[in-house]
Design a protein around this ligand. Structure first.
Ligand code: IFM
Length: 463
């Protein structure tokens, strides 16, 4: 029997994000976001799915809070939809939007949970995208205003703040690859977007420290990244170098400025025809404003090999080219419905490497971890057996416990997700929840993984 333990006070939680679960897209004065526009554009999201209704958490949050109370978690990580509280992204704020998040936080507190709020989980007000979006510096200024107002209106209700979720996705998937809203394809624009997302983070931390945090201004504030610490496919030097190069955009670009190390310049040098991010005097100091913790979203550890530089689809000497000198190689690992490899020991390595990279400067939280599996309801409709998710969680929990035992200051772990939801460009085709969502009648059915997590939290299940 395993003797692994999580420390006293370890914060267990579940996570979700506004556009993925709230629905109520046109209610109570909410403005349109880039994800409304994107999902309503034919061909952008599988089957034309949208977040218009989703799992209707906007109306069903009491039921979801009760599920979390019975689960025994200490916190719910949700996000605030910027266009719900400031419909046009500048100018007037919407009282009804703030009211919703107050009700949600009160319900969570009543259920014995902490309210962990993310200020930006990708739903940029459409009006700001119309004005140029994240590649424009002004968007960071608008975010700082939105953040300051939100701190002062909701400060008494929120126990922990996260400024940004996965700025890599917003900048690279949104402005370079185009698979996410707003669907643009321009690498220089994505670098500018990345810089402005980080600047927006730094400005909002400064606003918070300057006293915008309300009575609860003592709540910790941090940022969540989906960093990658890839594994080289072989021990050949070129593969090790490729794995290291991949860390420039995926990890160093987003993490190093936060810890005061600036951008990895060699990354921009590798693309001489393109424009590096537009950095103004003082920006790097702003971005490096001290945070209280770093949130990490971890799903898998990629295995990378060197690849000849070329366009996607180009093949040279029998090897597929890649625009960035590295390619992901197939491995023996089990794969999830997202076609992501299941690499729990990769989580151990990731935590250790990030912890060493930041020199132990701030505590870590796993703010997302989970998997999409082919879940189905039992014949009687009362259960959902998801043994592969249970195994996935068990192995990742073990890896996290081992990292703690080996010196990493990991303070909490949020499973993604509380409930099946809108998985961005995949619509509702990927189920990440530990609670099954019946999208026809909005019935919630806890999966076996829900009961497993409950056992881990109560101590009944060994890790
Ligand atoms: O659903 C997403 C979430 O919004 C951000 N992190 C990854 C999850 C799974 O793809």
């Amino acid at each position: 029997m395993s003797t692994r333990r999580f420390p006293e006070g370890f914060l267990w939680g579940v996570a979700a994000a506004s556009y993925q679960v709230e629905g109520a897209a046109g209610e109570d004065g909410r403005g349109p976001s880039i994800w409304d526009t994107f999902s309503h554009t034919p061909g952008k999201v599988l089957h034309g799915h949208t977040g218009d209704v989703s799992v209707d958490q906007y109306h069903r949050y009491p039921e979801d809070a009760a599920l979390m109370r019975d689960l025994g978690v200490g916190a719910y990580r949700f996000s605030i939809a910027w266009p719900r509280v400031q419909p046009a992204g500048s100018g007037a704020f919407n009282e009804l939007g703030f009211d919703y998040y107050k009700r949600l936080a009160d319900e969570l507190h009543g259920a014995g949970l902490k309210a962990v709020a993310t200020l930006y989980h990708w739903d940029l007000p459409q009006a700001l995208e119309d004005a140029g979006g994240w590649p424009m510096r002004d968007t960071a200024m608008r975010f700082a205003d939105y953040a300051a107002e939100t701190f002062s209106r909701l400060g008494d209700h929120i126990d922990m703040w996260i400024t940004m979720n996965e700025a890599w996705c917003s900048s690279v998937l949104g402005y370079h690859i185009g698979a996410h809203a707003p669907g643009r394809q321009d690498r220089s624009a994505s670098w500018a977007a990345g810089h402005h997302l980080l600047l927006a983070h730094g400005l909002s931390v400064q606003a918070y420290r300057a006293g915008g945090g309300g009575a609860a201004g003592a709540a910790p504030i941090g940022i969540t990244h989906n960093l990658e610490t890839p594994h080289p496919a072989t021990n050949r030097t070129e593969d090790a170098e490729a794995a290291d190069r991949a860390m420039d955009m995926r990890t160093r670009f987003f993490l190093d400025p936060i810890i005061g190390k600036g951008y990895p310049r060699r990354h921009f040098d590798a693309y001489p025809g393109e424009t590096p991010p537009p950095i103004e005097t003082g920006d790097m100091e702003t971005i490096a404003s001290p945070v209280d913790f770093l949130g990490l979203n971890f799903y898998f550890e990629p295995t990378l090999a060197a690849a000849p530089v070329g366009q996607d689809g180009e093949v040279r000497d029998g090897v597929a080219c890649h625009p960035e000198e590295f390619r992901e190689v197939p491995t023996h690992h089990e794969r999830t419905e997202m076609d992501w490899p299941v690499t729990p020991r990769g989580l151990y390595r990731h935590l250790k490497r990030v912890w060493e990279h930041i020199g132990g400067a701030v505590p870590l939280y796993i703010t997302e971890n989970g998997c999409a599996m082919p879940d189905e309801l039992s014949a009687d409709g009362l259960r959902c057996h998801d043994p592969r998710r249970v195994a996935y969680l068990r192995e990742h929990f073990a890896a996290a416990a081992d990292a703690i035992a080996d010196g990493v200051d990991l303070r909490g772990y949020f499973v993604w997700s509380l409930i099946d939801n809108f998985e961005w460009a995949y619509g509702y085709t990927k189920r990440f929840g530990i609670v099954y969502a019946d999208y026809v009648n909005q019935r919630r059915v806890p999966k076996d993984s829900y009961y497993y997590l409950r056992g881990v939290i109560s101590g009944a299940e060994p890790v």
